[in-house]
Design a protein around this ligand. Sequence first.
Ligand SMILES: Nc1nc2c(c(=O)[nH]1)N[C@H]1C(S)=C(S)[C@@H](COP(=O)(O)O)O[C@H]1N2
Ligand SMILES: [Mo]
Length: 309
Amino acid sequence: MLIRPPADFKDCDVTDHGLYLRRREFILGSAGVGAASLIGGSAAQAAALKYSPNRMAIDEDKTPLKDVTGYNNFYEFGTDKGDPALYAKMMKTRPWTVTVAGLCEKTGQYGIDDLIRRFPLEERIYRMRCVEAWSMVIPWVGFPLAKLIKALEPTSQAKYVAFQTLRDPRQMPGQRSDILDWPYQEALRLDEALNPLTLMAVGLYGQTLPNQNGAPIRLVTPWKYGFKGIKSIVRIQFTANRPKTSWNILAPREYGFYGNVNPDVDHPRWSQAKERRIGEFFRRKTLPFNGYGDQVAGLYRGLDARTLY
Ligand SMILES: Nc1nc2c(c(=O)[nH]1)N[C@H]1C(S)=C(S)[C@@H](COP(=O)(O)O)O[C@H]1N2
Ligand SMILES: [Mo]
């Protein structure tokens, strides 16, 4: 697949967590089981995937592929939106092992292709809302995380599931700088992880996932800010206590554990009321839970909105 250079979004309204980070650096001085046809290597070799037509479609235009693959956050490859498209090619995605640990019966090491083959792939067209106030609509291909979790048989003590991204500064030049506490880590409450919306994505636009979007496997939680959607996962661990998460460690007042999209709770440095849909000129209103409240609001009854963020 051809990866074009990033589009130039001259948009002063879009805030950027990178700006703050760069300032900080400066201050510090420094379709059926077995249907998937997946090949390793770079995004340039992306292969067509087979998946079922069962869609959770939304009635909004999909963001063009060139933007989905050219305007990214993947700080392991740099903090500019175009960096992942340029540098994520350096990441080798085969062989790839996912380690499953903690409070479950089926701990162990799983080869990525064996793992993916166990679950039928579906297309899910979801909104994605970054905490930086831009958004996209992305046609993911993947399988519900709930199916994987059930197969791993968590014990009754398991209350959370934690994920880690690959840590390898030779392949991920961004990890040579300490902007985040590597490896990137994220986590969900077990009931959030089991929600039918929660997806493990292995592709988009019908092709294997490009490296810059988190190949070979990444999390997608469309009612949460994009930072919860951890890319290039190598470890899944079931825990009893709430795991630490990367953005929350860095700036707990700015990035809550839940990270649920909420137009009424501003980020301390910008409003979350509106968003720029990439490719559109006028900003649109941000929806509570990114428009997925019907499916997920019940998970948070009794928690106050501030803790939700
Ligand atoms: N490992 C890792 N995962 C990550 C990030 C990252 O920097 N590293 N960025 C997050 C953020 S802030 C967003 S908005 C989404 C962006 O996903 P996309 O580039 O596929 O649109 O990935 C998330 N997952
Ligand atoms: Mo983000």
